[in-house]
Design a protein around this ligand. Structure first.
Ligand code: MG
Ligand code: ZN
Length: 278
């Protein structure tokens, strides 16, 4: 039995609305699970919920999956596309979102949830008059989970929003296991990292719909072998759409923007739904 990597989720995270906080009636997305669902969980085969298990990740993930499905239904019902952005710390998630909000935001309404252990620095970087932004500070938890997203969404003004970006905590490991209810999972790899990151952290890359290779403007200066990185991504994540860009110079950004416009229009994005398939 492996040692559980995560302690049971404590309700210690905080939500900080930063721009265009909701003015509408409070939603109940994060309300406690109904008695019916709780009873169903208790009666689940093997008693995964009630049993004292050595591996606490099993019941934790089951509850997360239920909450994630509720989030997904909520997003679909609102007609918005939720994207979960995952990468190592410093790969450029926030920078990518800054340019995305600047280029797309004025004509395509976007909202952002940003996750970090502490500080609302990234959330404040993303504040725009046309975007609703809230920061989730997770305390000691090294990933976002579906309950945090449900709570965070309640702080957002989703009126007319077509794209909801969820910037996960910088971490390539456990975000792979926590479905947030997103329709599209975007994994970033930057040229400041090793070309072999996909080989070292396959689960997250296998779960990606889109892989974005970022900071390509500095690849040559860093001696980063883009061809090797691309080969590794293709090998581990053949199901994913691969986009290479620099959010700083704008190189390759057209393809990212076109993908988002396609998603917002409700057309197939080109990536298959078969996560992890070969
Ligand atoms: Mg960030
Ligand atoms: Zn974690």
């Amino acid at each position: 039995m492996s040692t559980p990597a995560e302690p049971p989720a404590a309700d210690t995270f905080r939500i900080t609305p930063l721009s265009r906080a909701t003015t509408g009636a409070a939603r109940t997305l994060s309300a406690p699970l109904s008695a019916e669902i709780t009873a169903a969980l208790d009666a689940s085969p093997g008693g995964e919920v009630a049993v004292r298990s050595v591996d606490v990740r099993i019941p934790l993930l089951e509850k997360n999956d239920i909450l994630a499905e509720r989030n997904r239904g909520f997003f679909l019902g609102r007609g918005l596309v939720a994207l979960n952005l995952v990468s190592s710390p410093g790969a450029g998630k926030t920078t990518l979102l800054e340019r995305t909000l600047d280029e797309l935001g004025p004509r395509l309404r976007c909202a952002v949830l940003v996750g970090d252990l502490e500080t609302d620095n990234d959330g404040r970087r993303l504040r725009r008059p046309h975007a609703s932004v809230a920061q989730i500070t997770t305390g000691t938890t090294c990933h976002l989970d579906a309950s945090m997203v449900a709570r965070g969404v309640e702080a957002l003004d989703l009126e007319g929003v077509r794209l909801l970006f969820i910037e996960n905590v910088g971490n390539l490991v456990c975000p792979a296991s926590f479905d947030l209810g997103e329709q599209v999972r975007v994994v970033l790899l930057s040229t400041t990292e090793g070309e072999d990151k996909p080989l070292k952290y396959p689960p997250i890359f296998k779960s990606a719909h889109v892989v974005v290779l970022t900071k390509i403007d500095v690849a040559d200066a860093l001696g980063f072998d883009c061809a090797a990185a691309v080969a590794n991504i293709r090998r581990i994540a053949p199901q994913a759409r691969l986009i290479q860009l620099s959010a700083r110079t704008g190189e390759g950004f057209d393809e990212w923007r076109a993908l988002l416009e396609t998603l917002a229009a409700g057309r197939p994005a080109g990536a298959t739904d078969d996560r992890g398939g070969a």
